[in-house]
Ligand binder design. Sequence first.
Ligand code: ASP
Length: 584
Amino acid sequence: MFRTHTCGELRLNHINETVILSGWVQRIRKMGGMTFVDLRDRFGITQLVFNQDKNAVLFDQANRIGREWVIQCKGVVAERSNKNQHLDTGDIEIIAIELIILNESKIPPFTIEDDTDGGDDLRMEYRYIDLRRNAVRRNLELRHLIALEVRKYLHEFQFLEVETPVLIKSTPEGARDFVVPSRMNPGEFYALPQSPQLYKQLLMIAGFDRYFQIVKCFRDEDLRADRQPEFTQIDCEMSFVEQDDVLNIFEGMMKHLFKEIHHMEMSPFPRITYADAMRLYGSDKPDLRFGMSFVELKELVSGHQFAVFDAADYVAGICASECSTFTRKQLDELTEFVKRPQIGAKGLVYIKFEADGSFKSSIDKFYSSEDLKGIANAMNAKPGDLMLVLAGETKKTQKALSELRLEMGNRLGLRKKNDYAPLWVVDFPLFEWDDETQRFYAMHHAFTSPKPEDISLLKSDPGKVRANAYDMVINGVELGGGSIRIHNSELQHKIFQIMGFSEEEAQFKFGFLMDAFKFGAPPHGGLAFGLDRIVSLFAGLDSIRDCIAFPKNNSGRDIMSGAPSPIDMNQLKELNLKIEVPEE
Ligand code: ASP
């Protein structure tokens, strides 16, 4: 028997019991004739004591072991004179009577503590050691719990978990596919699913009614903190539903998670339209933990000989409460911030509404105190507030002001990790126009249904058509999104047409779906959540990497295993692939 208990289990009521523990050596403290070993496993840490006077051979043996060795120790549970309140097992220790070394360990490349000295790359190279750290392990425990609660909730509501294939025909979700060559079909390829979108729709046609799957999806995109080439979705679909039915079920699911994981009762999630989200926050995933919504000022500020405002399509500002005391330096920093190439504003206008009621601004030359007062009124500013105004082309300026708003939120400490501000964004546009390729793209995906009242616009003004599509956003992060689908092959055809697919192309890519629509497709809709993002939100992490057991780095590499890597010539031949090796 390797153990009678885990390293997190023993308490005062076990005193005088003879026990066996197995685990890793976290720490060794040698204090004269006594050696203390902290033994660790997933469940906790227990202190072992080796006493030279009691057993000199055993004591010598203990003094030879090192960090991260795997040992088994038999001993008697005793009450500690020096209790450790930081450990669950801190009231007891084990007086060792036998020690077996199960395996030695090289000296680990970094310390296995909550605050480790290992840099990112080193930790990723030795991820199996990194995973021994509490901080990382806890994230995976949380992930397990969240997945479990999701399954419980959805099972309760009669969803069936169905596995869909991983080697598929490409399903477009707007990203690039990862592809897999088929040995048995030379020159042909599978795609890895960007999502199980088409399969879940087919399951609705098959009458499954309510489907879900916690499933890996693959997208060959440039990576960011909240993106990995393979990620996990909680993918869901329902039949005979309208938008409200979907939102209610999944708002319920998120509330269930908040309740089970954080013991929080959440109020109903506000629902705002995409148009309002853009107007008020310049973003389709606004962070509602704080206010500072946009106020449009174009009309009010035009005609004062201030060319920047006069020439702009769009002028808008935000009002930061009690920030009129911002110094020159702080304002310069904000100006630098908005002028960074990623943000792209040309400059920043500020108006200080001083505590004494006077105004000080970067546009004093063009606007009288009276004018500034008018702006302050429009922005609901009070004495002591600071107004920040941007001007320019509408979309770009909204985006820049949105970044500035978030930056102000950060600076003022308004984006607290344990505040949660959920909302639904609804009524997304169906299409997005792309100037470069001169065509419409589906904003969500090609299977999203237009709002029935907008169908007539499909012909005349496709850019104006709103979709029956929705996103759940929490704290400025898009956690999930979906839509009510088209279930009629004619309408689906029309949408493909607007997106510029030829008849043959549509038939080649989605013929099977279009055919299926002709065999009794029920009205249906659904959505998918990013599990990695949910876990990282609940854990308060800055990157989804820390809640994934074996993540990839920013260039899509697994630096531990070395993937991706070349394959040998024979494999290539078998797959009928030729690659040109660049000349040295
Ligand atoms: N397949 C969609 C996605 O991956 C979600 C959905 O529409 O259900 O974003």
